[in-house]
Design a protein around this ligand. Sequence first.
Ligand code: GCU
Length: 615
Amino acid sequence: MRDNWKNRLAWLTALKEPVSAALKTPREVAAFEIRQYFEQKGLQVQIAVDAAMGESYAIEKTENGFCVRGGETGVLYGAYALILAHQRGDETPKGMQTPYYPLRMLNSWDNMDGFVERGYAGRSIWFEGGKFCYEEDRIRQLGRMLGSVGINVLCINNVNVHQPAQHLIDDMLPEVGRIADLLRPFGVRLMLSIDFSQPISQGVGTADPADPAVAAWWADQAKDIYAAVPDLAGFLVKADSEHRPGPNAYGRTHAQGANMLARALKPFGGVLVWRAFVYNCLQDWRDQRTDRPCAAYDLYHPMDGQFDENVILQVKYGPFDFQVREPVSPLFYGMPKTRLALELQLAQEYTGHQIDLFAMPPLWRDVIDDMGKENAKAIAAVSNLGRDDNWTGHPFACLNLYAFGVFAWNPDSKAEGVIRAWVKNTYALDRQDESNLVALLLHSRDAYEKYTGSLGLDWMVNPHDHYGPNPYGYEFDLWGTYNRADRNAVGVDRTEKGTGYVSQYPEKWQKLYGDPKKCPDQLLLFFHRLPYDFVMRDGRTLIQRLYDDHFEGAQEAEEMQAALRTLLLPEPDGQEAAERMEKQVRNAREWRDVVNTFFHRFSGADDAKGRKIYD
Ligand code: GCU
């Protein structure tokens, strides 16, 4: 049935009436949502708009209900906060609430042919066959989901801009404008990914950022764009990265490239988001000196202070690429004069394809604690959405979208609290089931990490697809992703004696990461190359710890399956979760056996507990 998504309200189960096309402003949506939720509850809720409050809101108790005071979007955020808290039976937030990061962006990696790069929830909700193709009702429901957790910018097209996506900023502008209109009532502004080389195909003949004709072309284009979408948030750019065009081709720096584009956007208040995911993707595995994690800092640190004020440098949380465990990118400590955005990935590319459970709040808590929330000025996440009825493939993967909004608003959020809130708003479970589901989700990342890449052993996945084990899959490849396991040792020495990566960190981190006796276990083999009989802090040898983690991780997946079976979930969520869990358990066993055998063959070490390791 085409319309099945209409019954899948994600965490907005309290709001069954769809938002109609007649509602044009956030305050109208706020009033509508409040009416539909509180009407039956005998509580009176007023809305008081004070434009100066912008995105902020305050919820005040009145004699027979509440008053939501806030700016135009503030009242919308306040209305949703009140409704969701009331449904959960929680206290409403006290005092003035203001989002910590002013830009809270969702980046879709949707191509115009309908394929979603790293998408695990079906095809694009925006595009098909090179054209826009969407259901307005569905986009309004999406707007509501984003607005309900305060996500205020949405980039609809992939950072890898394939044709015909270039036309989004010319011929297709009227259609882009219609989408902006659909999302505006929810406080969501559009952003577009652009192709740095676009002036070439438009008769300018070059994309050199220092050429005045190029700057003039972008400035002109910006006029047309803002005529169609007056509140466009700006452009998102992937340049000189994984074969995308960029300023390097002309001998220009990334600051020159970014500033040229930023100046075109500036008269209209737009921002230029430039991705820092730049490294040599044509490496030779024989070369032990080039170390991919060093790349972004080496490139951008010297440019600190050179970017215009409306440029945001968007940095993935770790120096590699959304692995299960990475240290925080050293750029967060080394670019004090540049506005940085933290980039997270909701799409479970390396974290289980929305088949295996991976609730992200515990990961983000670690990342933000290490990064220092003030070292970023904005936050972005790669979307996990698609055309599947339940939006995210796995019904529980919606948690990650919800939680992203909550963390973007308040980066001090606690993982368990956010997970519990999502569970309560999504499912009406009894207390025991609720606690069991919260525990399952809270623990899911640990289990996944143990059966896949424990101790900081990244990249042992099947190449290209990135699901399932393949310890040698990326070993002789050109992407700079090596574990260098041999019969004596495993891991990469990134200390001063090795690749020197550790020296990109401030002293406190250098001391922690640089010493294998102090380095957190989960990052040990990211920073150090160690023999299999290295004795860890808890007295176990390295090889024994690798075996233990993989046995435990697979067992924990089985325990999660047993726990899931006891839950009384509504259908079809129960069935969908059970089917995926079946696959997860198979995947976890495969990881356990492949990784254990891989290391057993190298090390020759037996498992101290005598468990089965295949020859
Ligand atoms: C990863 C991912 C790509 C994506 C890239 C990016 O490498 O596998 O699909 O394009 O990240 O973030 O740009």
